[in-house]
Design a binder for this molecule. Sequence first.
Ligand code: SAH
Length: 242
Amino acid sequence: MRGWVVPPPKEPTKSPDDFQKERQQKVRWLLAHGFLRSRRITEALLRVQRENFIPRLYRDYAYIEVPLPLPGEKATISCPHSYPLFYEPLGLDEGHRFLEVGLGSGYGAAVAREVVGPEGLVVSVEIDPVTYEFARANLERAGYSDITLVLGDGGLGYPGMTPYDRICITAACAGPPPPLVDQLKPGGRLIVPLEEGEGQELVLHEKREAGLARQVVCTVLYIPLRGAYGSQQTRAERRPPR
Ligand code: SAH
């Protein structure tokens, strides 16, 4: 399987101005390469300061196309293009009730918060307590006090605020976890990296009366989902010992 090369940790040297320029350049690049189309997602990416969601020793790499390590057992902030890659096919928009599985750094939740606006809702679930605390502190520092943060297994969703218009799973699994499908509104969309043989495909689902409609977006590489609907090791854990 293909991997990512993480650049070496180093003390940050860039100024807020440098980061702002890089952010604007990145958005132009995402537009030019067709990752980004909608006005609300474009504005959200221009507004959220990605560098503030990255551990200090990786901050200077904030706008490079590489996932960067986060505190916790197995968590990364996805590459910059991942966010429009997920949110554009989802059609994430103003007023949506949005559930994210895999809070990570909190960056994706902040971007979603900007997209859905004050009439919308953002709930994000994280399974790793160390990662959760990192994201919580990042979001608090950035002034996002209106995102519902949940420490738990996101494969089970978050029944407290159902139904959701849009669900985004930022870790790979074998299929959309049934509790998440139940918590999705009819006509709602769910996007998730699915394990396909040796690789993964990003798959968009739409909840129709007849079941889930599926559309493959592209091949991707994400860390595996943990918890009740995770792959290999979790399934092995669930199997009773012989
Ligand atoms: N959206 C994140 C990137 C997340 S990386 C960001 O913007 O930074 C995937 C995250 O999913 C990791 O933080 C990992 O700990 C978390 N995760 C894995 N399995 C999970 C589960 N079952 N429930 C909730 N979070 C999970």
